[in-house]
Design a protein around this ligand. Structure first.
Ligand code: ATP
Length: 241
């Protein structure tokens, strides 16, 4: 059984249909990269899974439990954690406070303050600083650390590299490798296709609200994903031969 099962999910903003009949399954330990052009529906899909966007139809099951109607805070308690686009930290609070606030809804598990600081050493040096005073990369590390503090069973990461310098992106991804090595299950929205294909076990490409290509990262060529990204998918599904 999959850990996360999304079936026929539709999501709208008024008349605009942002996600169209999306079905996907994610197994424990898998890293799914959700790629696609701006406006393809990636953020809306992630927010729907987290319970931050009310869906129009379809179902979301987590560990065999139908969570479709469950509010976001109960989904966090079940182990679904979203790192939203733009990070949304409590800027007036220190790194320590941001981590500890999230820790209040902790499930049992390996993630605690020490484990987060080990995975993100940059936070150790900035632990007592206000998160609003940190650099973009340090803020992103705080946002991911905050999500980890809940001990998620699936981590939903929305464009963690957005607006960061190449050095900061490298730092964040290096730490994410530690998180992945701990056996995390992740859905990751990433604009950088090369990076997405390197880090992911599975890839799903969205176009205008639909998933137009999906498969194991090792079986998809970068060319095939690029074609799907721009709506130029080949009839054979673009699998590597
Ligand atoms: P991006 O990379 O730009 O974040 P995305 O693939 O994550 O793109 P979404 O942000 O999910 O795409 O947007 C999907 C569609 O929904 C787009 O057409 C977008 O304009 C629209 N949309 C997103 N948020 C809202 C909103 N709050 N109100 C109205 N329409 C929205």
């Amino acid at each position: 059984m999959s850990l996360l099962d999304v079936a026929a999910l539709d999501a709208r903003y008024g008349l605009l249909q942002a996600v169209r009949g999306v079905t996907l399954a994610l197994g424990e330990g898998e890293i799914l990269a959700l790629v696609g052009a701006n406006g393809a529906g990636k953020t809306t899909l992630l927010r729907s899974i987290a319970g931050a966007h009310r869906i129009t139809s379809g179902t979301i099951a987590f560990d065999g439990v139908d969570v479709t109607a469950m509010p976001a805070n109960r989904r966090v308690a079940m182990g679904i954690a979203l790192v939203p686009e733009g990070r949304r930290l409590f800027g007036g609070m220190t790194v320590e406070e941001n981590l500890k606030v999230a820790g209040r809804v902790r499930r049992p598990g390996r993630w605690n303050v020490d484990a987060v600081l080990d995975a993100f050493p940059v936070l150790r040096d900035n632990y007592k600083r206000r998160s609003g005073d940190l650099s973009g990369g340090q803020q992103q590390a705080t946002a991911i650390g905050r999500a980890l503090m809940t001990n998620p069973r699936v981590l939903l990461l929305d464009e963690v590299s957005l607006g960061l310098s190449p050095v900061a992106v490298g730092m964040v991804y290096e730490s994410l490798q530690t998180v992945i090595a701990s056996g995390a299950t992740i859905v990751l929205v990433e604009q950088d296709l090369g990076r997405a294909l390197r880090i992911a076990t599975h890839v799903a490409c969205m176009l205008e609200g639909n998933i137009v290509l999906e498969g194991r990262a090792s079986e998809l060529t970068r060319e095939a994903v690029t074609q799907a990204y721009f709506g130029l998918r080949r009839a054979d599904g673009g699998r590597a031969s």
